[in-house]
Design a protein around this ligand. Structure first.
Ligand SMILES: Nc1nc2nc(S)n(CCO)c2c(=O)[nH]1
Length: 159
């Protein structure tokens, strides 16, 4: 398992903490995935589509032998297994798993973009991520995510 990946998990329907914990367990029980670190749980104001309930968000560091594509497939499987129903794109969700970083790779495909394209705009992603790795950087860029987070105005939306 010589690949490192960072994921962002979120939930804003039902027993949010339960879904987050179950998703982490599903990941850790996957052949080829070892959960290395899990952040604290943060309550966060919804961004994007704001007319919905607050989220609970965490970040997770994994070691994996899966490719980025296989990891995406696994994340979608965990969402389906926990019963996520995709009503509309930015709407409420029982559980959401987003791949943020995979090694130091840039991947630009129709349905797989790594680093996650919106991660640098989202305090709900960066605060948990920096809790588990304060030195994490974007691939091939000289920008520390600590500096990126310092530029985001609405950090109070993450508690
Ligand atoms: N605070 C917060 N807002 C969000 N908007 C969307 S869409 N999502 C789903 C993840 O893209 C979230 C989220 O996880 N947390």
């Amino acid at each position: 398992m010589n690949n490192i990946a960072f994921l962002s998990l979120g939930s804003n329907i039902g027993d949010r903490e339960k879904w987050l914990k179950e998703a982490v367990r599903e990941l850790d029980q996957t052949d080829g995935i070892k959960v290395e670190k899990v952040s604290s749980i943060y309550e966060t104001d919804p961004v994007g589509y704001t007319d919905q309930d607050p989220f609970l968000n965490i970040a997770v560091k994994i070691k994996t032998s899966l490719s980025a594509r296989e990891l995406l497939t696994r994340c979608l499987y965990v969402e389906q297994r926990l019963g996520r129903v995709r009503e509309f794109r930015w709407g409420p969700r029982k559980i959401d798993l987003d791949i943020l970083l995979y090694n130091n790779e840039n991947i630009r495909m129709e349905d797989l973009q790594i680093p996650h394209p919106r991660m640098t705009e989202r305090a709900f992603v960066l605060v948990p991520l920096l809790e588990i790795d304060g030195k994490v950087r974007l691939p091939h860029q000289n920008v520390s995510l600590v500096e990126v987070l310092s530029e985001i105005p609405d950090k109070e939306g993450v508690r």
